[in-house]
Write a protein that binds this ligand. Structure first.
Ligand SMILES: NC(=O)c1ccc[n+]([C@@H]2O[C@H](COP(=O)([O-])OP(=O)(O)OC[C@H]3O[C@@H](n4cnc5c(N)ncnc54)[C@H](OP(=O)(O)O)[C@@H]3O)[C@@H](O)[C@H]2O)c1
Length: 330
């Protein structure tokens, strides 16, 4: 554990239109616990200050950005992932810049009992977690013959089982306290099946539906659960998923944008959030078209380079004429 300054006030300016009306229903925090203050004509949010957040997958990408943003708002952090050195570096940086405390938990979250072990560690630390960012996740890109079932099992354990386990272990405490929030990392891939990324996209659909259902169950009790659905984002994700160089050929959002939008969505108690208009329009297209068209369209994103039996189609997309501005929905 790193020593940290226990009291820190960071002022975040929020638009007047977002100022809560006083109703406790559906609030991230009940009205009497909201840390809103007025300075001049501006409202200031310090709700996060000195509370604890759990960020899984905090060693890189979107999780790392969440950790940095939340520490910037004065939150103390439990950082969980496998790469201890990267988390140590981050914790030290956050301590220097924001004076916040970080506990590091080195853990492989793709194992069956990972959720339970992480929860036990949080219990041992005697910490009430106010905000959970269930972010750790991995993708797997490939065709049927080359996809390793063991890798699929690990991915589903990480993306689905551990996330579900942690959610059910941490939600009861929040409900008992009457405040708290969970952001579950889904994807814009949750809105459609994606060929050559079948298991990943399906896992993200699970996360979205799971989160929305819990949002409905918990919202009247002061707790928010939000499914976060970013589109393509600049991280190590595609390289690790098996498509190195893919990101360079496609437009992508920054992690800063994704996290800024996510926290804004959380303040509005959204049940899910797509982080860009372009990705939102893709989901609208998917809803308007047939399921057959949607899944056939998805074949162009991750078709492996080698020739497959069904590539005899004369459809221009199937024939491999990718447009330069094709956007991936994962
Ligand atoms: N990048 C995108 O375009 C995009 C779009 C939509 C949704 N997402 C989702 O966003 C989340 C974060 O991904 P990212 O884009 O930020 O990619 P990333 O940079 O690869 O980050 C993934 C994080 O998850 C952790 N992780 C992976 N496997 C783990 C395991 N077995 N045990 C513990 N931690 C593990 C990694 O830490 P260690 O390697 O240190 O364990 C890392 O911190 C994922 O759920 C992903 O599905 C990404």
């Amino acid at each position: 554990m790193l020593p940290g300054r226990m009291s820190k006030i960071r002022l975040d300016f929020w638009p007047l239109s977002d100022f809560p009306t006083g109703s406790t229903n559906g609030n991230f925090f009940p009205a009497d616990k909201l840390g809103w203050t007025q300075i001049g004509h501006l409202f200031v949010l310090d709700t996060y200050n000195d509370r604890w957040a759990l960020v899984t997958g905090a060693s890189s990408g979107i999780g790392r950005e969440f950790a940095a943003r939340l520490a910037g708002r004065g939150m103390h952090l439990i950082l969980a992932a496998r790469r201890t050195d990267l988390m140590n570096e981050l914790a030290q940086d956050l301590l220097t810049r924001h004076g916040t405390t970080s506990h590091i938990v080195t853990i492989d979250l793709a194992t069956a009992d990972a959720g339970e072990r992480l929860f036990n560690e949080i219990q041992r630390l005697n910490i009430d977690v106010e905000l959970v960012i269930n972010n750790a996740g991995a993708g797997l890109i490939g065709d049927i013959e080359t996809t390793d079932p063991n890798e699929v099992r690990r991915m589903l354990t990480l993306n689905i089982l551990t996330l579900t386990d942690l959610t059910y272990r941490l939600l009861p405490g929040m409900l008992q306290r009457g405040h708290g929030a969970i952001i579950n990392m889904s994807s814009v891939a949750a809105f459609q099946p994606v060929a050559f990324m079948a298991g990943y996209a399906a896992s993200k659909s699970f996360i979205l539906h799971f989160s929305e259902a819990l949002w409905a169950e918990a919202r009247s009790r002061g707790v928010t659960v939000m499914g976060l659905c970013p589109g393509v984002t600049e991280t190590e994700f595609f390289t690790l998923a098996g498509a190195p160089g893919w990101l360079q050929k496609h437009t992508a959002q920054t992690t800063t944008r994704v996290v800024r939008k996510a926290l804004k969505g959380l303040e509005k108690r959204r049940q899910y959030l797509i982080t860009s208009w372009k990705d939102y329009l893709i989901t609208v297209f998917v809803r308007l078209t047939t399921r057959r068209t949607a899944v056939n369209e998805s074949k162009r994103y991750f078709r492996p380079g080698r020739r497959l039996p069904d590539q005899s189609s004369d459809h221009p997309i199937d024939a491999g004429t990718r447009k330069k501005d094709d956007t991936f929905t994962g």
